[in-house]
Design a protein. Structure first.
Length: 342
C-alpha cells in the first residue's frame, strides 16, 4: 500500500491505544532515526525492507469485485497493530512534516491477519521481539574482502576461519576467538603507531575497529594477503607474551608496575616488534624463520625485559606530568602510551 494511505492509522496521540499496539511510539531511537532519514531522503526505499502487520475483526470484499476477486479497496473492521507501529508512527509524522505527496512515493508491505491467524500472528510477533539478533560490528566483518580471502584459505582440512567464531586449527580444533585474533594481529602489525593496539585493547574499541572496514587502522590490522599460518603465529606470540607477563612477580606490578596489569598489550606489542620479523608474518613459503622456537624460548625473556623498561619510562612520564591519577585510569590512556614510547 501507499504510505500515504497508511498514515492516518497512527495519527493522533492516542494511536497506540486505539490500535492496541504492544508499545507506544518510542520517539528518537536509533532505529526510528534511520526510518525517519530514509523516508525523508529516499521515500522510494522506505518500504523495501520490513512490513506492517495488522489484525482485524473482519475484512470484506466489496460486491463490485470482479469474477477473479480483484478490487481497488477493501473494507477492514476492528484494526489492531500487531507489528510495525514504529514504522506507522514515522509515516504519520512524515506526512505532517512533508505532506502526503512526499510519503506517497513510498510503498509499504501490509499484512492483515484475521480470526485464528490473528491470535497466532500476535503471539509469534510478541515472542519474536525477545530473540531478535541485532547486527553488530563483528557481524559486518564477513563483508570485508580481506576477511573473505582468509576464510577461503586452505586451513589444511583441520580448521576454519569465521569472523564470528574466530579461528579453529589443528586436529583438536584449538580455538582462537576473534577478539584475540584481532588483538594479536594488531600487536604484530608492521606499522609503527600504537593506535590500533590501544583501540583493540577494549571491547568498545574492538567494535569501533571492526566497524571501520576500509579505514587506515583497519587495513593495518587486517592487511591484504593474510594467511592461516600468519594468524596462528600472531596468536601464539600474543599468548606467550601475556603468559610471560602473568608469571612476573607481584612486586613488579606495584606502583608504576600497574602498567603491566592495565596495559599488557602495549608491552606485548613492543616486545613482539623488537624480537619478531613481523614483516613476514604471513609469508608461508619463503620464510625459514623458526617462529615456534623463538616464540617459545626467546620471547618470554624479551617480554620481561620490555616490561621493566616500559615501567621505568612510565615512572618518568608520571613525574613529568605531576600525575596524581590512579594507575588504573591513567595506564590505559593513549596519550600516556605515546609518551612512554617517545
Amino acid at each position: 500500500m501507499s504510505a500515504a494511505d497508511l498514515a492516518p492509522l497512527a495519527m493522533g496521540t492516542d494511536a497506540a491505544r486505539r490500535l492496541g499496539a504492544r508499545r507506544g511510539y518510542l520517539g528518537d531511537t536509533p532505529v526510528n532515526r534511520e526510518l525517519w532519514a530514509t523516508l525523508r531522503d529516499h521515500p522510494e526505499r522506505f518500504g523495501r525492507v520490513g512490513s506492517v502487520v495488522l489484525g482485524a475483526d473482519e475484512v470484506r470484499v466489496p460486491e463490485s469485485a470482479g469474477p477473479r476477486g480483484f478490487v481497488d479497496s477493501l473494507a477492514v473492521y476492528g484494526l489492531e497493530s500487531i507489528d510495525g507501529f514504529q514504522r506507522l508512527s514515522v509515516i504519520a509524522a512524515g506526512r505532517a512534516e512533508w505532506g502526503g505527496e512526499h510519503i506517497a512515493r513510498s510503498t509499504v508491505r501490509l499484512e492483515i491477519q484475521c480470526g485464528r491467524d490473528r491470535d497466532v500472528a500476535r503471539m509469534l510477533h510478541d515472542t519474536a521481539h525477545g530473540y531478535v539478533n541485532r547486527p553488530t560490528a563483528q557481524d559486518g566483518l564477513i563483508r570485508c574482502p580481506r576477511i573473505q580471502a582468509l576464510m577461503a584459505c586452505n586451513w589444511e582440512g583441520m580448521g576454519y576461519f569465521d569472523p564470528r567464531r574466530g579461528a579453529s586449527v589443528g586436529p583438536h580444533r584449538k580455538p582462537f576467538p576473534m577478539p584475540e585474533v584481532t588483538r594479536a594481529l594488531a600487536c604484530l602489525a608492521p606499522r609503527d603507531e600504537v593506535d590500533a593496539v590501544h583501540l583493540a585493547a577494549t571491547d568498545e574499541g574492538l567494535d569501533r575497529l571492526w566497524g571501520g572496514i576500509g579505514s587506515e587502522l583497519y587495513r593495518g590490522v587486517f592487511p591484504e594477503g593474510m594467511s592461516p599460518l600468519g594468524v596462528v603465529r600472531a596468536v601464539e606470540a600474543y599468548r606467550a607474551a601475556h603468559g610471560a607477563l602473568r608469571e612476573m612477580p607481584a612486586r613488579q606490578k606495584a606502583g608504576a608496575g600497574h602498567l603491566i596489569v592495565y596495559a599488557p598489550d602495549l608491552v606485548c606489542r613492543v616486545a613482539c616488534q623488537r624480537l619478531l620479523p613481523v614483516g613476514i608474518l604471513h609469508d608461508e613459503q619463503r620464510s625459514r624463520y623458526d617462529w615456534q622456537t623463538v616464540i617459545r624460548h626467546q620471547l618470554p625473556a624479551v617480554v620481561r625485559q620490555v616490561a621493566e623498561e616500559l615501567v621505568r619510562r612510565y615512572e618518568a612520564v608520571r613525574r613529568v606530568r605531576g600525575s596524581r591519577r590512579n594507575y588504573k585510569d591513567e595506564a590505559v590512556l593513549l596519550d600516556v602510551w605515546r609518551e612512554i614510547l617517545r
